[in-house]
Ligand binder design. Structure first.
Ligand code: PHE
Length: 461
């Protein structure tokens, strides 16, 4: 162990051997429940094609700008977010900016583990051969109504995350996941091909791809923006940390594009697996599109059942989702642990214990919120939905504004562009400048105000 720790220390700030290792690590962190579980249900809820277009436009513009900025700032300062912000000034705004980036992952990882627990539950049911049971209407709601079931599954997923971080085996998990990723893509293609070719499914394909402008509202943009942050792991400090590990010769512009491409491809595939299936398997009941976080868990078992070999397909699919979700939850927890270590001087073990306690406490509250505590409804949402909303619609926009302000006010837009140009022939400097200086902050403020207005019931969520 001592030996391993020494090696880890040695490798501390340049642990990616090259571009490939780095891209795979960031893709591993980015591709997770965000793409597989969260994207399809939001696309279904917020009007299909119109959500998709807004999402894509945001990804290639803001998403790209922020992805590059955070990585470049991490590489420049060689620090994780709190340290990165403080290296440009010690005044309160800098500290707040860093902390807000650092706190978001700490608030996400508990409920991330609850959803990871749902995945474990479905995997378990397929393993024991209950593939028909999970496809029955009402299975999901009766599952989450039982606190014990949800909690046990949550604890299992949380334990895997905590143990991996505690024992420092994240790299191993990452390797396994990298190997699984192509398989996930292949299975995704097979299942989505099957879904799309079912009778009635074409309506779903149209719903997913053809924008219906009458469904557009400011909340479409709020949701798409939150999803983009969430899915690309932006505005939560994680990329600062990854950036601090890379060498100067890694082309930040190109690698960011690759991460966006991969992550978006998986989101699209998941959408194609799930949304057309809603039309084909629920007897044209479009109400199902509104099922929210439950959508994947209600729809996919029905698809698998009709495909035949449902037990095998179910097992393979949910194993892969576990392996896509684990590196993400590990990197979320790692980010919290490194903040504790950097800011308090605590040992890795102590910091892990602190983060573990946060996960258990908040995660249990989320699990309870679906059953015994369902009367607790902050802003009309369940506890889990509240954490999701608070992080992706409120805190992430604030964190992103903080990053823009840091670049414009303290670091200097030119300096960041130079940092990016060190290893890439990045020539969209003008757009970048305009984007961090005006476009992003103004847009982010509008988004933030809309989410607050939405939560307070002033506009329709
Ligand atoms: N992007 C991950 C997902 O889509 C979630 C995540 C966010 C992971 C931030 C790490 C850091 O599931």
């Amino acid at each position: 162990m001592a030996m391993e720790e020494k090696q880890q220390k040695k490798a501390a700030r340049s642990s990616f051997s090259g571009r490939f290792g780095y891209v795979m690590a960031v893709v591993g962190s980015a591709v997770g429940l965000g793409s597989i579980w969260r994207f399809p249900y939001l696309a279904a809820q917020y009007g299909g094609g119109i959500f998709l277009i807004v999402y894509l436009v945001l990804t290639v513009t803001f998403g790209h700008t922020l992805l590059m900025s955070e990585t470049a700032l991490g590489r420049m300062t060689q620090k994780s977010p709190v340290g990165a912000f403080e290296s440009f000034g010690k005044k309160l705004p800098f500290r707040l900016g860093g902390w807000i980036n650092a706190i978001v992952p700490m608030l996400i990882v508990p409920y991330y583990c609850v959803i990871g627990g749902w995945v474990i539950k479905y995997l378990f049911e397929y393993l024991v051969g209950n593939s028909t049971g999970v496809a029955v209407d009402g299975y999901y709601s009766s599952f989450v109504a039982s606190f014990t079931s949800v909690e046990v599954c949550f604890l299992l997923f949380a334990a895997m995350t905590i143990i991996a971080v505690y024992m420092g085996v994240s790299k191993g998990v990452e390797k396994v996941s990298t190997f699984m990723m192509p398989l996930l893509v292949v299975l995704g293609i097979v299942v989505s091909f099957y879904s799309v070719t079912r009778p009635g499914a074409w309506e779903g394909v149209k719903f997913f791809f053809i924008p219906n402008f009458s469904k557009f509202s400011i909340m479409t943009v709020v949701a798409a923006m939150g999803q983009m942050f969430y899915s690309l792991s932006i505005a939560m400090g994680v990329l600062y940390t990854y950036g601090s590990y890379i060498k100067k010769d890694v082309d930040v512009n190109k690698t960011s594009r690759q991460v966006e491409f991969f992550d978006t491809a998986i989101s699209l595939l998941s959408g194609l697996m799930i949304i057309p299936a809603v039309f084909a398997f629920s007897g044209g009941n479009a109400e199902m599109l509104q099922s929210g976080p439950a959508l994947m868990f209600i729809t996919l078992p029905k698809v698998f059942e009709s495909m035949g070999f449902e037990r095998i397909v179910g097992i393979v699919f949910f194993v892969m989702v576990v392996f896509a979700a684990l590196p993400s939850s590990i990197s979320l927890m790692e980010s919290g642990v490194s903040t504790f270590m950097d800011q308090t001087g605590w040992s890795r073990k102590k910091s892990c214990t602190a983060m573990g306690a946060i996960i258990l406490l908040l995660g249990t509250a989320c699990a309870l919120g679906q059953n015994l505590w369902s009367f607790i409804q902050p802003f009309g949402m369940s506890i889990l939905d509240f954490f999701d909303f608070l992080t992706s619609s409120i805190l992430m926009p604030i964190a992103a504004i903080a990053t823009c302000l840091l670049i414009v006010r303290a670091v200097g837009v030119r300096t960041v562009i130079k940092e990016i140009q060190q290893s890439s022939n990045f020539n969209s400097g003008k757009f970048y400048d305009f984007s961090v200086r005006f476009l992003a902050p103004v847009f982010l403020i509008v988004i933030l105000l809309s989410s607050i207005a939405g939560a307070l019931g002033w506009i329709n969520i």
